[in-house]
Design a protein around this ligand. Structure first.
Ligand SMILES: Nc1nc2c(ncn2[C@@H]2O[C@H](COP(=O)(O)OP(=O)(O)O)[C@@H](O)[C@H]2O)c(=O)[nH]1
Ligand SMILES: [Mg+2]
Length: 249
């Protein structure tokens, strides 16, 4: 497996308890891949900690964001970095061990035959472990809701453990992305579909975070309720426009 041109993007906000072990584990799974931490100026010093431990390692890269914090914006900055630096694909994952690094090779392998690879909790072989009933219900409902409203026929559109090829990132209009929280994953998936990119799901077992606290806010939840409708109506408007343009020809 060729991983030298893979960039693993990890967004962080206050992950000092997880980050060093996670980076060790990621490099153990994929020694040739490079890793980019996109840190939102974490008050707990996550970025400094990682930089001190891995700053000398040529595979380690650090993007320190300033200004408004945001998960979606952090991913986009990471993707732009990957495009600029010439990587062939990106893998993105959380820093809290919910996403087990052992799945990275499988995501990379699958990305050789798919533009977008989703680490999926809800396809055969996938699942969740140690999650409260409340989180399970919320996630299940979110996926049901998203697929009903947008018509996206993927099983785990909100998964944050995924792989994009360079081609996929170039096709998706990153500058047009508007959402920032869970809805960000949905919007990326939706735009991928609209661009005709191939999307494949491979099973993962998702576990609850090991240390630290979730940063998911009420604002993020509200956004994830509204965004599927925005995508649906934006798509309709775009189709109408295309049809009108065809009529004129
Ligand atoms: N750069 C950046 N990372 C974030 C932000 N919010 C959360 N993260 C990271 O995104 C990942 C998922 O966040 P988490 O709080 O675990 O969300 P949850 O798993 O849905 O509860 C973790 O690696 C967080 O450190 C943010 O505003 N900026
Ligand atoms: Mg988490």
């Amino acid at each position: 497996m060729q991983t030298a041109r893979t960039l693993i993007i990890i967004p962080t906000y206050n992950e000092s308890e997880n980050i060093l072990e996670l980076i060790h584990r990621v490099f153990a799974e994929t020694p040739k891949a490079h890793l980019l931490l996109v840190d939102d100026n974490s008050p707990d010093g996550t970025a400094d900690l990682a930089d001190k431990a891995f700053g000398e390692d040529a595979r380690f890269h650090l993007l320190r964001r300033t200004g408004a914090r945001g998960l979606g914006r952090s991913y986009v900055d990471g993707y732009l970095y990957a495009l600029q630096e010439g990587y062939a694909r990106v893998v993105q994952m959380d820093a809290d061990f919910s996403h087990d690094p052992r799945y990275i090779p499988m995501l990379i392998e699958t990305s050789h035959s798919a533009d977008v690879t989703l680490g999926s909790r809800y396809c055969p072989g996938g699942g969740v472990e140690d999650w409260s009933l409340h989180r399970v219900m919320l996630s299940r409902f979110a996926n049901f809701y998203v697929s009903r409203v947008t018509g996206l026929n993927v099983r785990d559109a909100t998964s944050g453990f995924r792989c994009y090829t360079r081609y996929a990132l170039e096709k998706i209009h990153l500058e047009q992305i508007v959402s920032n929280g869970y809805a960000f994953q949905v919007e990326m998936t939706y735009r991928a579909k609209e661009e005709g990119l191939s999307i494949v799901e491979t099973p993962i077992i998702f576990t609850d975070r090991r240390q630290g606290r979730s940063k998911i806010s009420r604002k993020v939840l509200i956004e994830s309720v509204i965004m599927p409708w925005r995508l649906r109506f934006a798509m309709r408007a775009a189709r109408k426009l295309r049809l009108a343009q065809l009529d004129q020809k």
